[in-house]
Design a protein around this ligand. Structure first.
Ligand SMILES: [Zn+2]
Length: 298
């Protein structure tokens, strides 16, 4: 190779390397924000409503656009208000192994009759982040199959949260997976809920599996987001509990320190694209560590 040839080679090599890093998919909070905004535009989305059906169509449409196969998991929930038809959405991004790592959210909003509740953070934010993460993970070569779980019926139908009136969708999924013999193939679950608060701060949810929480907190610190991830603990009942009870390692990333929680103020004004960015970055960057850990515990 001539000198000129060698330097041309180096220039080309540098171009390839930069093109490669340039192609590394990063979380796009503009896209996530648009997912959030669209869901809020459907209005209140309690289980069984026309608006939640619209929201579900939107989720399926967005999955399809990202080249991800989504299927509906319909069931009838027995609630204090009588039977309600609910539908989870389960999407699969095939990986090298059939064993799965799940990213989960709920997309129903709590039923209120005395005010208009649109759940910008409580329902829309986590669903928006999972959709955008799905788009990115579908472009990645995944060592494990990734499952995206969109639960219906997380919220209690009654004003008060009292078992068994809550988490209808996650309980149904776990029950079905157990019956189908596919629960053992689920190696870890990362649940997102209320991740849009413009004043974002997460406490470690104390029911969650410590190693999963540790990975997420360490990743947040590494990315310079440590100020949003506090070391205080607090226990929260959420969609991860049915999985924990079934022996699936699970973590709930939830910001319940949210003044607009379950109020008419849980609107676009109370959430921010920046918060979606932080959560998206942290979960995406946590994936290799989670995969490594899952691989080592086989
Ligand atoms: Zn809620």
């Amino acid at each position: 190779m001539t000198r000129a040839g060698a330097s041309l080679f180096l220039v080309l090599l540098a171009a390839c390397v930069s093109a490669q890093t340039g192609n590394a998919p990063t979380f796009d909070s503009n896209r996530a924000w648009e997912h959030l905004r669209r869901q809020v535009s459907f209005g209140p989305r309690p289980s069984g409503s026309a608006a939640i059906a619209e929201n579900r169509r939107y989720i399926l449409e967005q999955l399809r656009a990202a080249g991800i196969e989504g299927r509906q998991q319909p069931f009838e929930a027995q609630t204090p208000l009588g039977p309600i038809k609910m539908v989870n959405v389960v999407a699969t991004i095939p990986g090298s192994r059939r064993e799965r790592i799940a990213l989960a959210t709920h997309f129903d909003t709590k039923l209120y009759r005395d005010f208009r509740f649109v759940g910008a953070s409580d329902g829309a934010s986590s669903t928006a982040v999972v959709l955008e993460l799905g788009r990115l993970l579908a472009q990645r070569k995944n060592p494990y199959t990734i499952e995206l779980l969109f639960f219906d019926g997380e919220e209690a139908v009654n004003e008060e949260w009292r078992d068994p009136d809550n988490r209808y969708g996650s309980k149904h999924y776990v029950e079905q997976a157990r019956k189908a013999g596919s629960l053992a193939g689920l190696k870890a679950l990362v649940l997102l809920d209320l991740v849009g608060d413009r004043n974002l701060n997460f406490r470690r949810e104390s029911n969650s599996t410590p190693w999963l929480t540790d990975i997420i907190w360490a990743t947040a610190k590494r990315l310079g987001y440590g100020e949003h991830f506090w070391y205080q603990q607090s226990p929260i009942e959420d969609d991860h509990i049915p999985f924990l009870r079934a022996g699936v390692p699970a973590v709930d990333l939830i910001d319940l320190d949210y003044p607009a929680w379950h109020t008419a103020q849980d609107t676009l004004d109370s959430v921010s694209a920046r918060s979606l960015q932080i959560v998206g970055d942290v979960v995406l960057a946590s994936m290799p560590e989670i995969e490594k850990r899952v691989a080592s515990t086989k």
